[in-house]
Design a protein around this ligand. Structure first.
Ligand code: SF4
Ligand code: SF4
Ligand code: SF4
Length: 199
């Protein structure tokens, strides 16, 4: 038996990761505090002192960028940080460093400045490479996922909402947690409850 709620983040802050789009550890701390305020662990493990079998733990995983090293896609709740980009084409010096920096080859520099393809994940790699502030980060936001799991019936989490601030993320996560704590069958893990709810 283990604690009924676990909130974790990728190691981006500790490792001074250059890809960090959101401060993942701070977001995880804020989400953990919000779930403590509604006593989610106490409610999920009401008859066992806040403890549950390992496969029933309600897991929230935060990734600091779309590389998603912490594997939010297989968590009950996943949070993936990214940025909202601002482009100032007049600042572009045509160095093409952004093209070389993009892992997905989806930025192309034209006479009208950098142009972004459909596969752009709004990470900040091209921003970090740009020497002239032609591409900058306007703000940090996140995509919210729910319902991922491994085990006997693995499933990737689905996207619930995109472009959320930390406060908006917390609001959505607390609402899902409240609904789950109230409406689940005894011992039902979040991903299964979520799948039933979406069916
Ligand atoms: S998810 Fe992104 S920010 Fe976090 S450790 Fe991986 S690459 Fe770095
Ligand atoms: S923000 Fe988009 S274009 Fe820029 S490096 Fe990331 S995926 Fe490539
Ligand atoms: S890195 Fe910046 S300055 Fe260089 S081509 Fe790309 S947008 Fe323009």
């Amino acid at each position: 038996m283990v604690g009924a709620v676990e909130v974790s983040a990728c190691a981006g802050i500790m490792r001074h990761c250059p890809h960090l789009a959101i401060p993942a550890a701070a977001w995880a701390d804020a989400i953990r505090a919000a779930l403590e305020r509604i006593d989610l662990a106490g409610r999920l493990g009401a008859t066992t002192g806040g403890l549950v079998p390992a496969h029933q733990v309600f897991r929230v995983v935060v990734a600091g960028c779309p590389n998603a090293c912490s594997r939010p896609q297989i968590a009950d709740i996943g949070v993936i940080g990214h940025i909202v980009r601002r482009v100032d084409a007049e600042m572009c010096v045509d160095c093409k460093l952004c093209e070389r920096a993009c892992p997905d080859h989806c930025v192309h520099v034209t006479e009208a400045g950098p142009q972004f393809g459909d596969k752009c994940l709004n990470c900040r790699d091209c921003i970090a490479a740009c020497p002239s502030a032609a591409i900058t980060a306007e703000r940090a936001v996140a995509t919210l996922l729910a319902g991922g799991r491994l085990g006997r019936h693995p499933r990737l989490a689905e996207t619930v909402a995109e472009g959320l601030s930390l406060d908006e993320c917390i609001e959505r996560i607390v609402a899902m947690a409240e609904e789950y704590a109230t409406g689940r069958a005894t011992g039902e893990r979040f991903a299964d409850w979520w799948g039933q709810r979406r069916a």
